[in-house]
Design a binder for this molecule. Structure first.
Ligand SMILES: NC(=O)c1ccc[n+]([C@@H]2O[C@H](COP(=O)([O-])OP(=O)(O)OC[C@H]3O[C@@H](n4cnc5c(N)ncnc54)[C@H](OP(=O)(O)O)[C@@H]3O)[C@@H](O)[C@H]2O)c1
Ligand SMILES: *[C@@H]1O[C@H](CO)[C@@H](O)[C@H](O)[C@H]1NC(C)=O
Length: 322
């Protein structure tokens, strides 16, 4: 008897999970864009070999964009590019791989030099690469890794590509942030976490920095034809959690739960694709989006004076001013 109850519970639970997976998801449908709408446009995606970045490239390729994958590992990038080309079908755009390690200012500089030399135009820059809750490490230039990659590397990258973006206007910058920004602060007294390191705080701080950067940059880009918007993708099943240790026994349960409740990479890429491609996003700037809709931010993410101060300090840190 109790076995039957247990069996019924398990089966019933399974059906509910499957239903959730297949029905509730399809209602949050992916927007369909018209084929070829990105033909003739060049898009850079950082961290394009995995997760949300890879799903973003997949869609851009189908829309026939020329996509530059900014990746730190040639082999991982080639593998991803091969898969992406295979899956994009006929009438696809182009993928180009260029090495980019955001934990190295030297690498960011040479990536941009190459882009400026070889690309006549740049229509969209998607700052997507990110690292999450890694153990305390420093970038090549001595920055705390999460602030260094998620914010400072992209800060320099964007700065160096701005002239090309302006020349190609109307053009767009898309910044992938996270709702976890809510738990961050810009603690100017210890930006490199030398006094103390809390890996979740450092991630939140870097994602808050992404939003403050978007806020300040949008003001500086008024009247240039270049827009900049941020987005928060939600909880997405990707490789982002690589530094999180889940006990071996809990792994199957975690995998099941993530399969049921987390977004797929394509669902997670929805707002990135929307901000990069949609005619509805044209002319919109300085906003943050979630599920392709404008999202209200906490005051600390749109604080003019913190945004300004972070901008000035970031310029000094990446060597743009002395
Ligand atoms: N997944 C989520 O639930 C979630 C939620 C909120 C926000 N986000 C944000 O979404 C973005 C994409 O993350 P994801 O979830 O797709 O994770 P992912 O699968 O781990 O992809 C991250 C990408 O960033 C690249 N990357 C890491 N460090 C880099 C560096 N130093 N230089 C160049 N590239 C580097 C990775 O390259 P390798 O493959 O070589 O490591 C990878 O391609 C991140 O900005 C993340 O903060 C994700
Ligand atoms: C680390 O930071 C997180 C998020 O800011 C916070 O909730 C947590 O209490 C902090 N942990 C410690 C040990 O200070």
């Amino acid at each position: 008897m109790s076995t039957a109850v247990l069996l019924a519970a398990v089966l019933g639970g399974g059906v509910i999970l499957l239903a959730r997976r297949y029905f509730s998801r399809s209602s949050a449908q992916i927007i369909r864009y018209s084929a070829g709408m990105m033909r003739g446009k060049t898009v850079i995606v950082t961290g394009a070999n995995s997760g949300i970045g890879k799903a973003t490239v997949a869609e851009l390729l189908k829309l026939q964009a020329r996509v530059i994958m900014g990746c730190r590992d040639q082999q991982r990038a080639e593998e991803a590019a091969r898969e992406l080309r295979q899956e994009a079908g006929s009438d696809q755009g182009e993928v180009v791989i260029k090495l980019l390690d955001l934990a190295s200012l030297k690498s960011v500089n040479s990536f941009c030099e190459e882009v400026i030399k070889e690309e006549p135009r740049l229509d969209v820059l998607i700052n997507n690469a990110g690292v999450y809750q890694c153990p305390y490490t420093k970038t090549e230039d001595g920055f705390e890794m999460q602030l260094g990659v998620n914010h400072l590397g992209h800060f320099l990258l964007t700065h160096l590509l701005l002239d090309l973006l302006k020349k190609s206007a109307p053009s767009r910058i898309v910044v992938v942030s996270s709702k976890l920004y809510k738990y961050g602060e810009i603690n100017f007294d210890d930006l490199n976490s030398e006094l103390s390191y809390n890996k979740s705080f450092a991630y939140s701080r870097s994602k808050l920095a992404n939003l403050l950067f978007t806020h300040e940059l949008s003001k500086r880009l008024e009247e240039t034809g270049v827009t900049v918007n941020a987005l928060t993708p939600g909880i997405v099943r990707t490789n982002l959690g690589r530094h999180i240790n889940i006990p071996l026994l809990a792994k199957p349960l975690f995998n099941l739960a993530s399969w049921v409740f987390f977004k797929t990479p394509l669902e997670g890429a929805e707002s990135s694709i929307y901000l990069a491609c949609s005619p509805d996003a044209e002319g919109v700037s300085g906003k943050c989006f979630a599920n392709c809709k404008e999202e209200e931010l906490l005051p600390k993410a749109v604080d003019d004076s913190v945004a300004r101060k972070l901008w000035d300090i970031s310029e000094v840190m990446v060597g743009l001013t002395k």
